[in-house]
Design a protein around this ligand. Sequence first.
Ligand code: OGA
Ligand code: NI
Length: 197
Amino acid sequence: MEKIFNTLIDSFIESKVGIANNFLSVALAAQLKSNLIGLYNEKSMVAAGIGNETITVHNKLVRSDVIYWLDRKHNNKHENDFFDLMDDFVIYLNRTCYTGITGYEFHYTLYEKGSFYKKHIDQFQQNGSRAYSMVMYLNVDWQKSDGGELCIHHLNNLQNISPINGKSVFFKSNELAHEVLVTHEPRMSITGWLKTN
Ligand code: OGA
Ligand code: NI
């Protein structure tokens, strides 16, 4: 995995947005996607909030995705495989870049057809613990016409990233404004944050 970790970290250092195409194996991506679809069908996925952690505002004009938090306590083999991978990544990141990450949080995310997330920054106003944002996509056969790109707002340009299966995107949470463009097909991912104290 170190080669893929390096791809993600090197591209992050070079352009503020790390991208690694096969961060999740095809098998793990398929298993996590199957978990996500199961959760969606049993209606466990809920509208995501915005703003700060104490006052959760559900504003469908800002974002219209639904989420479910991963947890080792679920004792789900594939969720735990994912956490093992993230543990390896965090150890590697801390060792090579002195990032001082002490925790993380991840949720399954589904954008139904027509959903989006308007331009925002991934940090709560009252809490700066989210240091890095990470998204891993679970969409096999994504077409350009399906939309749903992650659009990063750099100072002088926009960067559109398509949510293709297995791809991971990594950037600093307090720095880069970004949005999810309207998706024309169901768009699935694992989204999360690496945290510092
Ligand atoms: C987020 C977010 C990007 C994506 O959940 O904060 O910006 O590509 N997600 O899903
Ligand atoms: Ni975001």
